[in-house]
Design a protein around this ligand. Structure first.
Ligand code: NAI
Length: 331
């Protein structure tokens, strides 16, 4: 099936081509992000394959539908970038990758926590410069601390298990209780307002209208002073300006983010030779107690291999008219 693959990087091309060896779909690799301006590049393609920062809103979907697209396949678990209701109205099926190594993101969240708490990136930068001082590098033991996990699905539960292994008390918040989380020793908070007990808060829920800016000025005022916030989920969960204000007063003791609300114009590209116009991200990276990574939580051999395999299988299933097991639900 003719498929336009937007936001292609070299690894996408290599791995999607490898996954396509048997199916032999006709893949049109495009470096551009999908927007209303670039949608015409998919002309004649029945399937369009997108990633997290492509813009798949009603306007873009209408253009795609007019050009003959009938399937949108996102190479991600999250699908907040896609207007699934508009797609349904236009008769376009939407599929995602529900199951790929959740360890990739959970382990990365643990890495970010260790790095920000123990100032590992700062220490490494110092020693490269011949500075072996310890001043400013003190962290705290995770053992015995309380960790809040917002969203106890696949990734949140694995993150929780690792934190329990460190000897932490783990509190969870979710719309739905996950028996596996409780069985391993996690305790559910009845509301997200119990976060004041937490030394560390890690976000693992999807971005939805209900969770947008779930971390905001009000909730940050209630966190334990000096708490560390980790966000590997979606940038829109955090009101970044409010987080910056909390960092300035010390209310937030550390922040590590793999996702950023305005990441679409920044992430997955080398901007090191340009002037970055986004003052918010520039302010964020200026804090010594902030770590920003460019949406790489999923980026392990296991996870990305599975993402490509599932994406090709979904395109094949659509072509064959068989069940789409990874169909995005329309709310
Ligand atoms: P999942 O669907 O297994 O778990 C999400 C959990 O969030 C569910 O238990 C759900 O009930 C809960 N939830 C939904 N709305 C909520 C609300 N309003 N309040 C509290 N909890 C709520 O998803 P999974 O696989 O664990 O992924 C979680 C998120 O991680 C994804 O939505 C995605 O945004 C992000 N992600 C980030 C990646 C990265 O590279 N940084 C890669 C993959 C996923």
């Amino acid at each position: 099936m003719k498929t336009a693959v937007f936001s292609t990087r070299s690894y996408d091309k290599t791995l999607l081509t490898a996954a396509n060896t048997r199916a032999l779909h006709e893949l049109r690799f495009l470096q551009d992000r999908l927007t209303a301006n670039t949608a015409s590049l998919a002309a004649g393609c029945e399937a369009v394959c997108v990633f997290v920062n492509d813009s798949v809103d009603a306007e873009v979907l209408a253009i795609l539908a007019g050009q003959g697209t009938r399937l949108v396949a996102t190479r991600s678990t999250g699908y907040n970038q896609i207007d699934a209701a508009a797609a349904a109205r236009l008769g376009i099926e939407v599929v995602r990758v529900t199951d790929y190594s959740p360890y990739s993101v959970a382990e990365f969240a643990v890495g970010l926590l260790l790095a920000v708490n123990r100032k590992i990136a700062r220490a490494s930068a110092r020693t490269r410069d011949g500075n072996f001082e310890l001043d400013g590098l003190m962290g705290f033991d995770l053992h015995g601390k309380t960790v809040g996990v917002i969203g106890t699905g696949k990734i949140g539960t694995i993150f929780a298990r690792v934190m329990l292994g460190f000897g932490c008390t783990v509190l969870g918040y979710d719309q739905y209780r996950n028996p596996a989380f409780e069985a391993m020793g996690g305790h559910y908070m009845s509301t997200v307002d119990l976060v004041p007990d937490c030394d560390v808060i890690s976000l693992h829920c999807p971005l939805t209208p209900e969770t947008k800016h779930i971390v905001n000025a009000e909730s940050l005022a209630r966190v334990k002073r000096g708490a560390i916030l980790i966000n590997t989920s979606r940038g829109g969960l955090v009101d970044t300006e409010a987080a910056i204000a909390a960092l300035k007063t010390g209310q937030l003791g550390g922040l590590a983010i793999d996702v950023y609300e305005q990441e679409a114009s920044l992430f997955f590209q080398d901007l090191s030779s340009t002037i970055i116009e986004d003052d918010v991200i520039q302010r964020l990276v200026s804090f010594h107690n902030v770590i920003v990574t460019g949406h790489q939580g999923f980026f392990t051999q296991e996870a990305i291999g599975q993402i490509m395999q599932t994406t090709i299988e979904s395109i094949s299933a659509f072509e064959a008219g068989t069940e789409l097991v990874n169909r995005v639900p329309v709310s």
